[in-house]
Design a protein around this ligand. Sequence first.
Ligand SMILES: *[C@@H]1O[C@H](CO)[C@@H](O)[C@H](O)[C@H]1NC(C)=O
Ligand SMILES: *[C@@H]1O[C@H](CO)[C@@H](O)[C@H](O)[C@H]1NC(C)=O
Ligand SMILES: *[C@@H]1O[C@H](CO)[C@@H](O)[C@H](O)[C@H]1NC(C)=O
Ligand SMILES: *[C@@H]1O[C@H](CO)[C@@H](O)[C@H](O)[C@H]1NC(C)=O
Ligand SMILES: *[C@@H]1O[C@H](CO)[C@@H](O)[C@H](O)[C@H]1NC(C)=O
Length: 421
Amino acid sequence: MEDTNIYVLGAGSIGCLFSYYLKKYNNNVILITRDNNTKESKNQETNFEKSLSVEFKYKSSEGKLIDNDTIQCLVKTPTQISNNNEKIKILLITTKSPDTLEAIKTIESSLHSECTIILMQNGVLGTYSLLTEYFLTKNKHLNSPLPRILVGTTSNGSYRISPLNIVHAGKGTTYIGEPNGDYTTFYHENNTGSDNLELINHQFSPLQELNITVYTEAKDYTLKLLPLLQTKLIVNACLNPLTALFECLNGWIVDIIDTESQTIKNINTKDHPCSSMIKEICQEAAWVLVDDAKDKINNDNNNRENDATQNDQSFNFELPISLKHLSEKAKSQAEEWEKSVIDVAKKTCLNRNSMLQDIDAKRVTTEIEFLNGFLVKEATKKYIRILQEHSVFETPNQPILKVNEMLVRLIKIKSWIRSQN
Ligand SMILES: *[C@@H]1O[C@H](CO)[C@@H](O)[C@H](O)[C@H]1NC(C)=O
Ligand SMILES: *[C@@H]1O[C@H](CO)[C@@H](O)[C@H](O)[C@H]1NC(C)=O
Ligand SMILES: *[C@@H]1O[C@H](CO)[C@@H](O)[C@H](O)[C@H]1NC(C)=O
Ligand SMILES: *[C@@H]1O[C@H](CO)[C@@H](O)[C@H](O)[C@H]1NC(C)=O
Ligand SMILES: *[C@@H]1O[C@H](CO)[C@@H](O)[C@H](O)[C@H]1NC(C)=O
């Protein structure tokens, strides 16, 4: 199989980490950085190679502490790629979630007609939803080819010290797969040719240090990858806004951090003032994401079968969503997520969350729209769908997810005020 150039969009810690290991395993890697809007840089014929340094903070399998390594990596701007007439066949997107759409627009003229995009981001379910909508709209109006879009998640961290200089703190595990849904179905209607998933597998799976699994079977997405992505989403939807609002380290959301020993005290979770809020975030998420064969309709005085064909103006769906709307399956999923939140918060108790860091850095946009905001958008779609099934056509005029919607609003206000002063 011939190796294809891999373009990495987003030179943050994950982008640099993947670039480093892809290069180390003999792939051609081009790291895309932002256009530098100075006249000089636009016209300059520059050397595209730049040093990319990684400092390793984990022990190798032999128990030795490995230190630093620097490689030469091709770094280009969208303008340079376009001027060279390069066509991108594999694109790994590692930008912060809110930057995804703007970033893709800077290079979309360079996408090959058979391009595969891999999204490897924090709010990946949200960016997937955004990008698929974007490309479908473009396809409808301009008949432009759809890229194949995959999603991925990687655990275990790297962080950035300065541009093109990162720390790899521990070996992680990475999963990549193709969501199943309308976009993928539509894509495959017209793209029956080359199997680029095999190509991705061939080029990514050798990267031992990132322990990459590419799911090539469609069923593995639903059974294996989606549950991981959802759990990660819910953990972030609890940890990020709560730590950002209360300005605390991760551990404080579920426990007490002993300042002397820098460890947690393992108090009873029920005694923690955040616990009911975490519970509610998880329950609301479970209503949105757990796919019930038949939605349990909250209609206390009304036990008759709901006939979808009948115009049912008396149909009444009580908002906001709460425990009583959940099926048994959704309830137990909410409880599992709650446990994951507590577990991750304890394991990462001394971490300063990325959303708190964004707010401290006076960034006006955080990832909130791709975490709790994503849940809110999906809840709205689901609610409207349920109403339509009962031939009720109206848009919700009150919150569907009380807690998640409130968190989105509070974080937006907080990041805005902080960015102003
Ligand atoms: C952008 O241009 C400025 C001035 O020409 C230069 O100092 C800087 O290093 C450039 N940045 C990048 C990322 O190329
Ligand atoms: C690794 O790099 C860091 C900063 O990039 C530096 O402080 C440290 O001394 C380096 N370690 C070695 C062993 O070169
Ligand atoms: C990172 O991976 C190591 C083992 O490889 C594991 O012990 C540790 O808990 C992981 N850390 C995080 C934050 O996932
Ligand atoms: C697939 O091809 C048909 C016929 O050429 C066209 O009408 C349709 O828009 C295409 N769909 C996509 C997703 O490109
Ligand atoms: C690598 O991934 C596999 C499959 O997900 C997992 O079973 C294994 O424990 C991982 N290895 C390490 C060292 O994390």
